[in-house]
Design a protein around this ligand. Structure first.
Ligand code: SF4
Ligand code: SF4
Length: 471
């Protein structure tokens, strides 16, 4: 480590005028290095950015990250987050050092939150006890029941990993570690939303669930290699994954599948699990209906406040843009806050809004979607304008479908009532509708209010789903 270089970036700097009050930096202490070879994980290809690296964050870089993160926030909350690759490959002592450095630099009023995303395969009692002691929020990657998980989440030898990940979940439960499930949605599990959701709820016993759509972009030149998986080395070195190309791999979820997946889970959740199971996507949507800022950057109007730090101190615009064009600088050379506030990074965040096609600007659910993440904006709008989100059809279907229940929950919140009361409201309403349907004759007006005869009507607009209940 170059001590002089470290010293330069550690000088205290004034807070740039356009620095955001709060920002998030995902530290990748092993870079893209991982002990698994999940087929859809294009992050594995990022090794190509650092050809001779050992992919281990030095103590100096770790210290610079923590000190500068704490110094860079304008409020007391500081989030220190570790992801990969697989961050547990660094060993528990590395994370211990991270916590003691945070304790060393945190002012008395600071509230430090630790988060770590893991595939779970290396966790043991010592890791879990440490996580619990320091209230780490753990994200565990699990893609559903065994066959769906093992479809793509394999180790370096191609062996399935489901049993090892489930063992990690059980261990964390036994040691009372708070964790949420991070489930990527892809070709193997997208057709089975309820099986996936019920598995997490009923068999894993998870309370917090995140769903992330797998959209692996490719060009005509890279598609066949990409289809074989980013961990596959039969073709020699892997191409560096970039946010480029308008084709997608066969593992990617389609927009329609994504919409159906979210809708099916939402319909079950809103009838029986509000207040007990927390699905990040639904919470983010509710925030939009309430008029609050969504906790997910993908649904915010602008972004640029969720950056990624490579193992050597290189900072990139976002974890999804760890590629040369989005490199901002190294925190050992330039203070983190200056890089976060740099014109390049501010423009990156503002472009999320500025680049929206007219189709989005005129969209009735834009207030909740905001065109989602720029990384997925690579298709044409119906009138041929570029920049529409590949998942648009799914999001439009989902946000339109949840409008009424979201308005009910938002109204409950405004009246300081728990949103979980929606379950009783819907149950009462559906019981009433069932009775009306049961009594209606074939030639009577349909009880749904469409004005059609019952025998001609298939709608159910008075309730929240399009499925007519059995009478
Ligand atoms: S590029 Fe996408 S994932 Fe990255 S900060 Fe912006 S919205 Fe979030
Ligand atoms: S649903 Fe589609 S059209 Fe509407 S804001 Fe989202 S991406 Fe744009």
């Amino acid at each position: 480590m170059d001590a002089e270089r470290h010293e330069t970036a550690s000088q205290s700097v004034g807070r740039p005028a356009n620095a955001p009050p709060y920002f998030h930096v995902l530290a990748k202490p092993t870079g893209a290095l991982c002990n698994l070879d999940c087929k859809y994980c294009f992050f594995l290809s990022k090794e190509a950015l650092y050809p001779h690296s050992c992919f281990r964050m030095s103590d100096e870089t770790l210290e610079a990250y923590i000190r500068q993160m704490i110094a860079g926030q304008s409020g007391p909350e500081v989030s220190l987050a570790f992801q990969g690759g697989e961050p547990t490959l660094m060993g528990l002592d590395f994370v211990r050092r991270a916590v003691s450095l945070a304790q060393k630099y945190a002012p008395p009023n600071a509230r430090i939150e630790y988060a770590l995303q893991t595939n779970g395969t290396l966790l043991d009692e010592a890791w879990c006890d440490f996580f619990r002691e320091h209230n780490f929020l753990i994200g565990l990657s699990l893609d559903g029941p065994r066959a769906m998980h093992d479809a793509y989440r394999v180790d370096k030898g191609g062996a399935p990993t489901f049993a090892r990940v489930m063992a990690a979940a059980r261990l964390m439960q036994a040691r009372q570690v708070e964790f949420n499930i991070l489930c990527t949605v892809h070709a193997a599990n997208a057709p089975y939303p309820l099986e996936v959701y019920r598995f997490f709820r009923d068999e894993v016993g998870a309370q917090f669930i995140q769903f992330i759509p797998i959209v692996e972009r490719a060009t005509a030149e890279t598609l066949s290699i990409a289809n074989e998986g980013w961990g596959d080395r039969r073709h020699g070195s892997r191409p560096l994954y970039r946010q480029a190309g308008s084709l997608v791999t066969e593992r990617s979820v389609t927009a329609e599948q994504w919409g159906r997946f979210l809708i099916a889970i939402f319909d079950e959740w809103v009838r029986r699990d509000v207040g007990t199971i927390f699905v990040q996507m639904f919470d983010a949507a509710l925030a939009s209906w309430v008029g609050a800022a969504p906790a997910l950057c993908i649904f915010a109007e602008t972004c640029g406040n969720a950056l990624a730090l490579e193992h050597n101190g290189d900072l990139y615009a976002c974890d999804h843009y760890v590629e040369p064009d989005y490199f901002l600088g190294n925190i050992l050379d330039t203070p983190l806050i200056e890089l976060v506030a740099s014109p390049k990074q501010r423009a990156f965040g503002a472009d999320k809004r500025a680049a929206l096609p007219r189709y989005c600007l005129e969209c009735p659910v834009r207030f909740a979607c905001h065109g989602e993440c720029p990384r997925n904006r690579f298709i044409l709008t119906p009138d041929g304008e570029p920049g529409l989100n590949y998942l648009c059809a799914g999001y439009k279907a989902f946000f339109t479908h949840v409008d009424r229940p979201m308005r009910i929950m938002a109204d409950l919140l405004r009246r300081r009532r728990p949103p979980a009361e929606i379950m009783q409201i819907l149950a009462a309403e559906e019981a009433q509708m069932r009775t009306a349907f049961a009594r209606a004759g074939r030639n009577d007006p349909c009880p749904c209010g469409s004005g059609k005869k019952f025998k001609q009507c298939h709608g159910w607009p008075g309730a929240i789903t399009s499925d007519r209940p059995a009478s």
